[in-house]
Design a protein around this ligand. Structure first.
Ligand code: GDP
Length: 464
């Protein structure tokens, strides 16, 4: 098979050196890109908040806003006016893609921000995982209104406890930097007491999840009233006690992500695209590492066929070069479009991504009712790929905080346990060790629409 051929020519990643044109590009780079995911309980105000920011930044026109408001009302979702902005603003709606992670762009003084919206509904958790797989940082939106905050934190399943679940998810997937936007402060008269209570309740929990105190910022806001988003608060009640940064200022202080331009190309296919300008074989995705330019030869994995980059677009505009960190649309020539699929990876011709048949992963088990056993059937999600898979072995139970082995070969895994396990997908998948390529080494295990565990790939045991 062609795949065996490609793996036999693979060179070790350490041997890779970027070509001179890539280094030239890196030297004259623009502002770095930051991929930001918005998480939180359903109805916490994620869409409203982000829609509002985009509107204030002039990324959405007044006319568009009115149209959105009208459309949302017709759909009986009056309050979701801003939520529609996210769909409308990106090309997602034009492509007819539903339930996908909405993407919008905006700039801060230091950063170009790519916004990944994570809808709060249960079914959307897989999308959140593909979103988090790309995320450099997260904004956790919590609803400060009486009762709502408590509902977001407590309990398990069916809409409750999503604040908890989302925070655990993104941290287990490697996201280290977090802003907590304490939203709907208008409903509690911008009370400092309420804010302090929420911060106090959440802080220790976030620490348990593995977020360092120094990597978490706390910002009181009201998305509806536009308070403390771009400009300092105007509400007297908030001004009286808060003098910290606005939400946008806080985003601007996120650590700038390192660019993996010095590693071979890995472009994860997020979705297939229909486009007149890009041709038949077109896709959108993010370059996790490496670079492409028009004319570059790429390996389309997992099939291992070679294609040529015909066109590249970013934000709807044609560009000549894309570097690690960029989200782009790409048109290819020289391949049958049928071999492209979501979760596939474009690679440097000499450095194909491993196509794995068995992996070792370190996972955190979430709130589950049925224990995980050797032989349990799950769906394995990694970046934008998903396959049915079997838990082939339970290797070791770990202590959550330190990662030390508590017991080898545990008989089963239950809620909130950390463990090393081995997984065998039914069909081989493009996966890397987390230490090599973060975004290709984050995984989630799901069963019957529920997330069972999340974690990172610690070892590739066998490849195709
Ligand atoms: P999402 O599910 O997290 O995306 O939440 P939405 O953005 O759809 O908002 C849920 C509800 O909360 C809607 O009715 C919004 O109008 C409302 N909402 C959002 N932000 C605020 C806020 O700052 N103050 C108040 N009072 N309501 C808000």
């Amino acid at each position: 098979k062609g795949r065996d051929h490609t793996s036999s020519i693979a060179k070790p990643v350490e041997a890779f050196a970027p070509e001179s044109w890539v280094l030239d590009e890196v030297n004259q780079e623009r502002k770095p890109l930051l991929h930001l995911i918005v998480i939180g309980h359903v109805d916490a105000g994620k869409s409203t908040l982000m829609g509002r920011i985009l509107h204030l930044l002039g990324r959405v026109s007044q006319k568009e806003m009115h149209k959105n408001e009208r459309e949302s009302k017709q759909k009986g979702k009056g309050s979701f006016a801003y939520a529609w902005v996210l769909d409308e603003g990106s090309e997602e709606r034009a492509r007819g893609v539903t339930m996908t992670v909405a993407v919008a762009h905006f700039e801060t003084p230091k950063l170009r921000v790519v916004l990944l919206d994570a809808p709060g509904h249960k079914d959307f958790v897989p999308n959140m995982i593909s979103g988090a797989a790309q995320a450099d940082a997260a904004v956790l939106v919590v609803d400060a209104s009486l009762g709502a905050f408590e509902a977001g934190l407590e309990g398990e399943g069916h809409g409750s406890g999503q604040t908890r679940e989302h925070a655990q998810l993104v941290r287990s997937l490697g996201v280290e930097q977090l802003i907590v936007a304490v939203n709907k402060m208008d409903t509690v008269n911008y009370s400092q007491k309420r804010y302090d209570f929420i911060k106090g309740s959440l802080q220790s929990f976030l620490k348990q999840c593995g977020f360092k105190d120094s990597a978490v910022s706390w910002i009181p806001v009201s998305a509806i009233e536009g308070e403390n988003l771009l400009v300092p608060p105007s509400a007297a009640a908030l001004k009286s006690w808060y003098s910290g940064p606005t939400l946008l200022q806080s985003v601007d202080t996120f650590e700038q992500p390192l660019r993996n331009t010095r590693k071979p190309l890995r472009l994860i296919v997020a979705e297939l695209v229909k486009s007149r300008t890009l041709g038949q074989a077109a896709l959108s995705g993010k370059l996790e590492s490496g670079a492409i330019r028009i004319g570059s030869k790429v390996l389309v994995m997992p099939t291992g066929e070679t294609a040529t980059v015909k066109a590249i677009e970013q934000d709807g505009r044609p560009i000549n070069v894309a570097l690690a960190g960029d989200s782009v649309d790409v048109g290819l020539t020289g391949v049958d479009p049928a071999i492209l699929y979501t979760g596939g990876v474009l690679c440097h011709p000499d450095y194909p991504v491993p196509v794995v048949t068995r992996v070792e992963v370190r996972v955190l088990v979430l709130g589950i009712t049925i224990p995980v056993l050797r032989g349990s059937q799950v769906v394995l999600h990694a970046h934008h790929a998903k396959e049915s898979a079997k838990v082939a072995d339970l290797v070791a139970l770990l202590e959550a905080k330190t990662g030390a082995v508590v017991r080898k070969k545990p008989r089963c895994l239950t809620s909130n346990q950390s463990a090393i396990i081995e997984i065998v997908p039914e069909r081989s998948m493009c996966i890397e060790e987390y230490s090599q390529f973060k975004a290709l080494g984050r995984v989630a295990l799901r069963d019957g629409g529920r997330t069972v565990a999340v974690g990172i790939v610690t070892r590739i045991i066998s490849t195709q």
